[in-house]
Design a binder for this molecule. Structure first.
Ligand code: ZN
Length: 205
């Protein structure tokens, strides 16, 4: 097992409080909790459906950290974090209405408290999943392949049962500066890999 100070990747040697801050900070910006450079979700301007909004990309092309690992992986993120935050907002709204608008009818109070629950639940879902990934990485640190090759901690704390996404073989420095993070999408990676395979086949013939 990795000890609290035995952190992998860019957080190597960081104290536990520092790591907690780093992971949660990256999650707040919806970035990979391990390297903090690549987005977890499609950028907003590329979102075309609810599925695009809710669903994380396959994984981080830079460090290989897998986001969406198995069916039901984000169940706790939804029920524990997203619904939890939405419920707290609903309860606080209901209390506010009870105190400052005590004359409102039951239906009006219910609507006033219920509407924020739906809105917050929808808007916060990406962050709920990102925070869940951060917590998971904190509890069971993922060790990027390059770290393992270097010796790592040898403890195998880097994620039993995980299927990391292979990192992109060529890391264009321009990509990481792209705030939209388009190159980080799984689709772009697949297309890139497909084009490379075709090029290789053409070379063989
Ligand atoms: Zn990463």
């Amino acid at each position: 097992m990795a000890s609290p100070n035995d952190s992998p990747g860019p957080d190597a040697g960081a104290s536990l409080p520092r790591r907690i801050f780093n992971y949660l900070w990256r999650a707040t910006w919806l970035k990979c909790p391990v390297c903090g450079t690549r987005p977890i979700f499609l950028p907003l301007h590329r979102v075309r459906s609810f599925h695009d909004w809710f669903t994380p990309l396959d994984g981080c092309p830079r460090c290989g950290y897998a986001y969406d690992r198995e069916p039901g992986y984000f169940l706790l993120a939804l029920w524990g974090i997203d619904y939890g935050v939405a419920a707290v907002v609903g309860i606080l709204t209901a209390v506010y209405v009870q105190i400052f608008h005590a004359d409102w009818s039951y239906t009006k109070t219910l609507l006033a408290a219920g509407l924020p629950v739906g809105i917050v639940g929808f808007l916060f879902i990406r962050h709920a999943k990102a925070y869940f990934l951060a917590i998971d990485h904190l509890a069971d640190p993922y060790i990027p392949p390059s770290d393992e090759e270097d010796g790592g901690d040898g403890g195998g704390g880097g994620g039993g049962g995980r299927t990391p996404v292979p990192p992109a073989p060529e890391d264009d420095p321009g990509e990481s500066r792209d705030p939209a993070g388009q190159p980080g999408s799984g689709i772009a990676l697949e297309q890139e890999a497909g084009a490379r395979r075709e090029a290789e086949h053409a070379g063989i013939r």
